[in-house]
Every structure is written in C-alpha cells, then in structure tokens.
Design a protein around this ligand. Structure first.
Ligand code: FE
Length: 253
C-alpha cells in the first residue's frame, strides 16, 4: 500500500495511508497513524474493508502496537470497524461522549466495550508513551460531537472532515485557488454554519501548525498554505446560513 511520511524524527513519525478505501461507492478516505517510541495512534480507521487491508501490514511493523484509536465523529466511514480493531488490539478507542451509545449499533463486543471511552465536550490530552496529543473540540464541523487531533511534535493538525476535498486526485494541495472548487460543495453543505467555523478559526490561529491533514482528499503543508486554508474558513458561508431559507414542503405531484 502506498504511504506518505508527513513527519519523521528519531522517536516520532506521522504516516498517511491514502489508498485504503474509496473503492466502488465508498468515499475516498485517508488513514493517519501517529507513532511515538513504537506506540501508535490510529485516526479514523474507517470501515471493514479498510480494516482488512490496513491491519496485517500495520501490525507487522509496529513493535509497541496500537495504543489509541481516535474517532473524530460517528460517521460510518470513521467508526464502522471499531469492534474489529478493539478485538485484535489492546487499543483504547476515544469518541465524543455524545456518540458513546450510538457507536455500539455497529456492534461492540462485551469483551471490548470498556475500551471504548468518551471524550468530554471540552476535549482532552492523551499521553502516548511520553508524547502528548491534544483532542481539540471542533463540534458542528461537521458532527455535533466532533474532535480533531493536534500533535505538537510534528505540528500536524488532523482536521477530520474539515478541509476535506472530493474529486481531486492529488495528495497535497499545491495551488490553493485551484483547490477551492474541490472543497466548496462539501463544506457549504456539511459544515454547520459561519459562527462555529469562526470559533474554530479563533482556536486554531493560536496553534503552531505545519500541516493540516483532513480525512478526505489532499493535505495542506507549510505555514502559508495552512494560513490560506484557515483564512478561507474564516470567510465561508455554509450550512444553516445558506439552507435555512430553503426548507420547504416538496411539490405534490
Ligand atoms: Fe463525516
């Protein structure tokens, strides 16, 4: 499987697996792994097909195993294979407290259910073998209980569905102006509204970010590109701002 190393030093690396899903009707999805001293966090591991493809390869290379599974929100492309991952690893999975009673509808075995843990609304930090990773609140972007991961060592912000692009085949955004067309439709519909997007902008402007890596499509690398994306979010009309006036009864035939 093709993979891209986004960051690497003696003890820490950040790997992107971009090709593990998106076959047939399924939306293309990126799978990110943060490794620190051979312990790993797997982000948004996705559905069952992805599980079968990633798992053997991943386990054969990780000495310390998967310590954490991060679930940014409750969508099937994020959580569908959570039970499988919990059954074959000793990992602890974290998902918004809002979704703790919904994820088990995908099937969570009694044996592993205590390893599905809630993220409180205000977010939290996780310690992974000496590395602190922030779970940032990004509610309503797009899910009502939604988190992102900030890794202060690599300075990567894993933004989940925010920053997602559809239909662009590149892995990295090289021309922001050209790239907007691949993000606009998705963000206008899925992101809740301008007020919450601006609140997110305020929170992340204070962070030292080298890469913004979304769960679908291409990533943004380098401070100028990161700033362009954040500025774009600061000025985007989306969600309820656009759709509130459009709700009407459908025409009766
Ligand atoms: Fe989603």
């Amino acid at each position: 499987m093709s993979e891209i190393t986004l960051y690497q030093d003696a003890t820490h690396r950040n790997v992107l697996l971009p090709d593990a899903s998106g076959e047939g009707l399924a939306v293309q999805a990126n799978h990110h792994i943060v490794v620190h001293n051979e312990h790993a966090m797997l982000l948004d591991p996705g559905g069952h097909k992805v599980f079968n493809k990633i798992f053997p390869d991943l386990m054969s290379r990780l000495k310390g195993g998967i310590e954490y599974i991060f679930l940014s929100h409750q969508d099937p492309d994020i959580v569908a294979a959570t039970n499988g991952w919990l059954m074959v690893t000793d990992a602890t999975a974290y998902v918004s407290a809002l979704w703790m009673r919904f994820v088990p509808h995908f099937g969570i075995d009694k044996l592993v259910e205590e390893r599905l843990r809630p993220i409180p609304d205000e977010g939290m930090w996780l310690n992974m073998n000496g590395c602190s990773l922030a779970l940032l609140p990004a509610h309503f972007l797009h899910s009502a209980g939604n988190f992102q991961v900030y890794d202060p060592i690599s300075k990567i912000l894993y933004s989940g569905d925010l920053g997602a692009s559809l239909g662009f085949s590149g892995r990295e955004v090289l021309d922001f102006d050209h790239h907007m067309q691949y993000m606009e439709g998705f963000h206008r519909r899925y992101m809740t509204n301008k007020a919450i997007l601006k609140a997110w902008v305020q929170m992340v402007r204070g962070l030292d970010i080298e890469i913004i890596a979304p769960q679908h499509g291409a990533f943004f690398r380098g401070k100028p590109m990161v700033k362009r994306f954040i500025d774009w979010c600061d000025n985007l009309d989306c969600g309820t701002d656009l759709y509130a006036s459009k709700l009407k009864m459908p025409q009766r035939p």
